[in-house]
Design a protein around this ligand. Structure first.
Ligand code: AMP
Length: 167
């Protein structure tokens, strides 16, 4: 199956995914139809730990450790690169405070903040979210970290390409 995202004139909240099927293109769902969109609209319950006009945080239903919390923007976009500066700032402003509360409540002192974008990067819910995952008593996020062997990529050229796109 081949799927991609289109944006409507209404902006990211009106984006929808299309699926190519033998019968043609089928509209799958608007971005606000994700499970997190339904939580934001109060259609399904969550264990809410924080809310303001731009951000909601709630406990993950399948926690990697007690206190595993999800922090989401109310803006309905799939991945971090699509997020507005306003929503990004709102999340950045409260992430440390929510993390402190999670640590204090769970007695953990170590934690990971995880943010997946795209199916290949293990994203399952296509509404931007940050995981706050306490690391305690062997519970929490497991990581496999395999640095590339040196060579092959010119870091100077890559840096120049990234900087040019930030102008
Ligand atoms: P990701 O793989 O980064 O997209 O993670 C999605 C997360 O959402 C997973 O950790 C799920 O356990 C969590 N999740 C899915 N549905 C719900 C729900 N209804 N309430 C709370 N967390 C959920």
């Amino acid at each position: 199956m081949f799927a991609w995202t289109l944006r409507s004139a209404a902006g990211p909240a009106g984006a929808f995914r299309l699926s190519e099927t033998p019968g043609g293109l089928t509209k799958l769902a608007t971005m606000s139809d994700t499970i997190f969109g339904r939580i934001l609209r109060g259609e399904i319950p969550c264990h809410r730990v924080y809310e303001d006009d731009k951000v909601l945080a709630f406990l993950d239903v399948n926690p990697l450790a007690p206190g595993h919390t999800l922090v989401i923007p109310k803006e309905a976009v799939a991945t971090l690169d699509q997020l507005s500066d306003d929503s990004a700032a709102a999340i950045g402003r409260v992430l440390p405070r929510i993390a402190r509360a999670v640590l204090s409540a769970t007695g953990a002192s170590d934690f990971n903040v995880l943010q997946n974008n795209g199916a290949a990067a293990h994203q399952a819910v296509f509404h931007v979210h940050f995981h706050i995952i306490p690391k305690k008593d062997g519970q929490g996020l497991g990581l496999s970290w395999s640095p590339l062997p040196s060579g092959g990529v010119d870091p100077g050229a890559l840096r120049d390409a990234i900087v040019a796109r930030l102008q």
